[in-house]
Every structure is written in C-alpha cells, then in structure tokens.
Ligand binder design. Structure first.
Ligand SMILES: O=C(O)CCC(=O)C(=O)O
Length: 275
C-alpha cells in the first residue's frame, strides 16, 4: 500500500508538490541544526558556496535523514521501490542577508533523464512566508521545460541565477512547514523563494534528488547511494555512507562529488556564479 494517501498523491499529480509530511520531531530537528552549526563553526568554509552540496556525506545526522524510512516510504509512493540518492543541498537563508531563489524548474540544468525522480525538502527550522519558504506555481509541472534567463544576480542561491520570467506570483502557493516536516516536488514544477525577513535562520536540507534506478545523468557524472530496493541498471558509481562526523576521507569524497556537480551545473556556461 502507498504511504502517501490518495489525496496526497492527487495533490502531487495535480499541483506538482505535496506537503506537509511529518518526518521527525522538533527536538530531532534541533539536534540536526546543532550538527550543521558545529560543522560551520569548526570549518567555516565546509558548507559555504559549493560546499553546501552533499553535506550528507560528512554528517551522520544528515545521512540519517537522507535514509530515513518515512522519507523513503513517501518517495517510494511516487517513483517506485528502487531508489537512489543522487545528491543533497543545504539551502540556508540567514536573517539580514540577500538570499533568495529565482523561479525555476529543477529539471532544466540537473541532467537527470527521464524525469522519474523527486526532490524532498526537509525543514530543519520552521519555514514560512516570513522567513522565505519555497513557493510553487501549482500545475506548472504539466508544461514543457520553459526558457530560463541566466541572471547570475547577487543573493540568488541558484548557480546561474536561472530565472523564468513572468511567473504569476499571486498564484503561487507557499509551502509552510514546521521543523521536522517535509515537502516533495516534481522535477518540472516552477518554484522559487523570497528573502528571509525574520530574526532567525531558515534551514532546508534538500535531497536533490531521489532518482529511480532507471534514471541517467546525461550532463556529466553523479555518484549515488542505493537507498532502497535493487539497482539492475547500474548507470551510476556507488558511494558509501559516513560513520563519523567530518572524517578526512569523507570530506575528500564530498569535494570530489561537488567538483563533478559544478561541471554539470555550469555545462555550456561561459560564466560562473557564486555557487
Ligand atoms: O530552499 C529554497 O528556497 C529553494 C529550494 C529549491 O529550489 C529546491 O529545493 O529545488
């Protein structure tokens, strides 16, 4: 039986996203936030700029979230039982900083084909309109991929500042989550987020993405972890999971993976953004 209810699956099919889904307690979310902040305090550059990718490779608590059975049960309802993790991103917006995310479709530059994959956005802090939660354009996943301008603008948390113009913002839905809840979104749904205007950080840990074993990386090379089921396709190299916080080997692996990711994200671009 599907873990997501028929109403939740209908919301995903009709609108391109589903939320909120309860995953863990607020206390657990605080423990995870503490681990993220411990990494930031010990090695400030570790999670900055392109370092924000694949933090699950150096943090046992983020690894635990990535392989959490409730998260995987929900993901299985959408992409089936053979599930790979092909990367994660920390989307952190500090108060009084200029961070925002322009409206975009994930499938545009990520190179994962076919679109049998889903992105899980896990709230490590509450995420709401005041602190710049994600906003989705419902139903936009049913259209083809749209043209994106590459704006490389200051504060944009996307690599190239990829932007779809003329999104009807008044029609977008805010994904309001409490710490410990998650949303799932479709590869082609148009979404973005505004500034954090609160007094605290907004932290989203994003598994970007869970892919079915039949999905290829057509723009470069991605290593993966088998999260559930079997991989009869073997399109991707497999990597292991951390058993301690920030080990030297794991930090090196994360750096290698992130260098590969930069190749994918900037494929065909003559210019580089900050991420
Ligand atoms: O965290 C945000 O504000 C945006 C995240 C995003 O674009 C994504 O998860 O695909």
């Amino acid at each position: 039986m599907s873990y997501l209810s028929s109403n939740q699956l209908k919301q995903y099919d009709d609108e391109g996203f589903v939320c909120p889904i309860n995953i863990f307690s607020k206390e657990k979310a605080k423990e995870i936030r503490n681990e993220i902040e411990l990494i930031e305090n010990k090695i400030p550059e570790e999670l900055e700029k392109s370092g924000r990718y694949n933090a699950h490779l150096i943090s046992p608590l983020l690894d635990e979230v990535t392989h959490n059975s409730k998260v995987l049960d929900a993901v299985e309802s959408i992409i089936g039982e053979n599930i790979l993790v092909c990367g994660t991103t920390l989307f952190i917006k500090n108060p009084n900083e200029k961070g925002f995310v322009s409206y975009h479709q994930d499938a545009k530059y990520i190179g994962l084909e076919p679109h049998n994959w889903v992105t899980a956005w896990v709230a490590i802090t509450d995420s709401n309109e005041k602190n710049g939660c994600m906003r989705m354009w419902p139903g936009s996943h049913k259209d083809n991929l749209k043209d994106h301008d590459q704006k490389f603008n200051e504060g944009n948390l996307l690599t190239r500042g990829q932007t779809i113009n003329n999104v009807p913002k008044e029609e977008t839905t805010p994904l309001i989550l409490e710490a410990g809840q998650m949303s799932l979104h479709h590869p082609t749904v148009v979404h973005g987020s505004e500034l954090n205007q609160s007094n605290d950080r907004r932290i989203g840990f994003v598994i970007q993405s869970y892919i079915s074993t039949n999905v290829k990386q057509v723009l470069g090379k991605n290593s993966v972890q088998l999260a559930r089921g079997v991989d009869n396709f073997n399109f991707h190299e497999k990597i292991g999971r951390p058993d301690s916080l920030m080990s030297k080997n794991d930090r090196e692996l994360k750096k290698k993976e992130n260098d590969n990711l930069q190749e994918i994200f900037y494929k065909g671009s003559t210019k580089k953004g900050s991420y």
